[in-house]
Design a protein around this ligand. Sequence first.
Ligand code: ASP
Length: 346
Amino acid sequence: MIRSLLLSLTLLCAAPLASAQNAPAVALPKVKLFTTGGTIQSKGAHRQKLMEYSDGKVGPAELIADLPELKDIADVSYTEISNVGSPSVNTEIQLRLAKEINAWLALPDSAGAVVTHGTATLEETAFFLNLVVKSDKPVVVVGAMRPFTAVSRDGPFNLYNAVRTAASPTSRGMGVLIVLNDEINAARDTTKSNTYRMETFVARDLGPLGYTDSDQIVYYRKPTYRHTTRSEFDVSTLTTLPRVDVTYDYQEQDGTAIDAFVAAGAKGLVLTGSNADAVKRAQAKGVLIVNSDRKGAGRVVESAKGASQNRISADNLPPQKARILLRLALTRTQDPKEIQRMFNEY
Ligand code: ASP
């Protein structure tokens, strides 16, 4: 009697499992990983090494193999774009990355894209993609503050959450996203704010868009400035971008840097203050001037005086991001009023 009771109990418990096994497999969202390098793909000499980790590089296949949990959330493929520290990410890499992402997202069955990137200049590439990706499908840029080999490394969970975010339909139309440390931030608004801590990416004036919490990818707000499918910038036929440089302001800045950048062929300059005489010399040579600021938060408000001097206000873009927008603006026009319109919209 007890034996037959036990037998029927075993059968009852086994039933749901058996039917789950026979159920048709649900196709997972197709997410492609585009790797460029950075700390997330770096190896240190030992597990406590959190700095000077140049003892090896991790390729995309190793990144994916290291995280078998990805198989439960997405069908992940990859393209290696580069494997460099982010200060070495250049125009050529950025253009190739944008073109490869656009080709991938144009496929009817692709769901989204994830880009690995060093954190030092991550926000620049993310903002560039925000302006030139031609799709509403999610593009998520991810990095890590600790190398692949470190104890308590942050890379794998950041990557897992980036893939979850890219696979989530709720991420569509949000523009390019930055995911680290459980937060989802807008590419335009976010900057690396700390050299060493894991809570480094912040949108100082505006806060995160949402979180990669364990129950769901959750959003609380949407970017309003133009991006991706509403952007007028098109890099599909470009092989280079106009030279734009940045000068940093401090007491007794005498304009040497401005003159040097103009002599080197700059078509535009982003300033964080200015030497009026050097600016006039630059403008006389047709160089476009954008006023940003070194404080890292807040708007540079448009002024009648600035406009009368053909100076463009960067809104609240930090200099390194104003540079990205000015380079793209110069592919369309030289007119300061038209470029000011772009700074007000993107
Ligand atoms: N040096 C690294 C870079 O490639 C820093 C990082 O990825 O966190 O930007």
